[in-house]
Design a protein around this ligand. Sequence first.
Ligand code: ADP
Ligand code: MG
Length: 491
Amino acid sequence: MAVAATSPSLGPFSPVRSPTKRRILQSRMAVRSTGTIVTPILIDLQKSCATPLPVLRHVADAMTDDMRAGLVCDGGSDLKMILSYVNSLPTGNENGLVYALDLGGTNFRVIRVQLGGKDERVVDTEFDQVAIPQELMYRTSEELFDFIASGLAKFAEKESGKFSLSPGRKREIGFTFSFPVKQTSIDSGILIKWTKGFAVSGTPGNCVVACLNEAMERQGLDMRVSALVNDTVATLAGARYWDDDVMVAVILGTGTNACYVERTDVIPKMHGHTSSGNTIINTEWGAFSNGLPLTEFDRDMDAASINPGEQIFEKTISGMYLGEIVRRVLLKMAEVDALFGGFVPEKLSTPFALMTPDVCSMQQDITSDLGVVGSILNNIFEVKSSIRARKTVVEVCDTIVKRGGRLAGAGIVGILQKMEQDSEGLIFGKRTVVAMDGGLYEHYPQYRKYLQDAVTELLGSDISKNVIIDHSKDGSGIGAALLAASNSKYA
Ligand code: ADP
Ligand code: MG
């Protein structure tokens, strides 16, 4: 994994046990006018997480270069740059009844949409969400897909008279599947491996659409999958339906990924199929790793993860990890800097005990004694904290979130400048929209602001006025349904 030269050397591990040693250490710490205790670890952390303009520029340029290399051949860079086989985006003319099924993590969602063409657009929509029982994550592929197909069958049974199928057509499904897939056509793809805690036997190496189609047959359900898409691609399609200027989609949730509209004639790995036209490329940018400002806390978290050395960008900027990085910093501060007066709460050693939504809540605390921070620390770690310690905790949260948001912004600029280089003015010279979705982006105002700041700093105020970074809430459900309609086997 790439590590910036500015990474701190924090010296050997040395828990502060003796009161004398603690007093000496505390006397060496400065206190800011804000009341924050400035510990040596905080200073080092802020230095090594800093993202001044040259760092952002380096990250954006490296993202552009890695994208280009990934388009030349598979394995050409950290970025897989997967062909989505989505070669036409929604136009607004899509018609009829379509379904979407979203399997992303702990839940699956089913949606039905009645499309009314240019004038009426989305006439009606209904959805349902079903939790996947924990035990099905460790059973067989048949059991998992039977469960999904039966959930879909129950939902389909409840279809009311408001929805109607055009004559001669079947109920078709846009299947959003957010696990790594080697796409083989718009409606087929081989599961590379399960992630996010799934360990279902029998699916890797098989086509996930075939698995679902077979399960639907076993249920006697007369539906078929006409588009298999990744969640970023579905988000792009959903946002594009309402706005022709949407060119990029980014997910910042538990994990992160991005896709964008690319010209087929600048994709060397498409070989003979280089007719003029556009396609969507799923960058899988979570695997990016070039030139990131990382610390010992990132390296340790990576080493302890189920996928060491992989998904480094994701581990630096996405919701699953921000809280865990903060926890690791606080543990070291409690041990070495006596952040909690020399007490090291046992629960501070539990991996993933601190979640990103907790970090977010602490950063929203505007009470004078940071009471919310105090009670979150107490609830999670069972520790009493001074106001000064709470201020330090908030600074740690801000440091990690600021780095994450700014690096995400640099990644977006990397994508935009790749597109600009191949289109001369068609991106920066006119209105261009980046559709954003995911719980981290949606719920974390500081993260959003840091991301936007980085984009503005990198592009300058004139160009950044043309670049609209916009939340596209739940666009992926409708997006997948639209792609099912535009790739209909019956139209
Ligand atoms: P997924 O990525 O699993 O499809 P979401 O897009 O809903 O799901 O994102 C969920 C993630 O968003 C959580 O894992 C968490 O990291 C982050 N998140 C959710 N709520 C908040 C919040 N209030 N503040 C910050 N991050 C949040
Ligand atoms: Mg999601």
